[in-house]
Design a protein around this ligand. Sequence first.
Ligand code: GLA
Length: 385
Amino acid sequence: MDTKKLLEKVTSSFEEKFKSTPVLTFSPGRINLIGEHTDYNDGYVFPAAINKGIVAGIQKNEGTTCSVLALDVNETYVFNTEKLEPLEDGAWKNYVLGVVFEVLKKHRLPTNFDIVFAGNIPSGSGLSSSAALENSIVFGLNELFNLEMTKEEMIFISQRAEHTFVQVKCGIMDQYASMFGQANSAVLLDCRNLEASTFAINFEDYEILLINSNVKHSLAESAYNDRRQVCENIARLLGVKALRDVSKETLKSIKHQLTQEDYLKGLYVLEENQRVLEASESLKENDLKRFGKLLFDSHNGLQHQYKVSCTELDFLVDLAKQQSSVLGARMMGGGFGGCTINLVSKEHVSAFKIHVEQLYEKQFSKKCSIYQVQLSQGTRRVYPT
Ligand code: GLA
């Protein structure tokens, strides 16, 4: 569904259910060119917001509770802001409750409120519908109650909601990209201090193609937190704040104190961080071949060193590698499923799509989905304009 229809759907559902007209916010999902699992190591990432996201409608109510309707799954949850805690198997609810909880830690809200939201980010695709949802809610509350929070404050609220209510110890990349995205651009972001450089993205004869494996392996969340733990342990062992501060030589000097597995994970982070900087250089020089090779190298590290890939993603990247029309490809996001990002020659996109669709289905007896996305503006109010 396109975003315009989504806005209409959220508005009409809100009016029907709550008999008032909501403030509407749109918050996009994101892609990441390169720099995976570097954000929580105080490193570099290179994400962009896309033209798919979440629309949230939100309005005050004079009652004693708040209601939230998740239109896509047609579920309503009623809650009391004085009794907020994470729900077991809360799914989407924990994102909303977490954000409300974090907002209330800083602000007293004069009334209760209702929310209706819906989205067009394919679920489980690794395009960060979670950050989009969190940001749409915090931004909506900020607008509705004139809380005067900065965008920076809001993304940290979204991130904390994910830490405490969803219990995924995510970095700041997704919330940042979704909130601060700019049309036709990607952002080279230093996650230590949020220093950002905007890159206008024009791959000329090439374009970005996302291939969704349509799998999401269940261990994803605990594996994510485990990886973060490994990185933090290595940093602690070396007496530094984060792996960002470590050179390969230093890491090597404590190799004997680490398992081979953990050493390789640490090494991956150092190398990936370097790749992000190299990738930004290659874009400045318009060297797409070099940029593409870095994507393949990134995947290789994610697969063999950091071990967050899976058979389906590896298969898709291998297919991409066999085509001269593809300059680079890698898994994207946290891993264990979701999408690969591919840099494909425009002329050959259709042929490549057909090739991948056929072989993927033959191999896994299930379909992959292929998307072309536009790089878009970040979280914003769409009504009132
Ligand atoms: C998830 C997290 C991000 C980031 C990526 C991996 O999307 O939410 O913070 O760590 O995984 O790069």
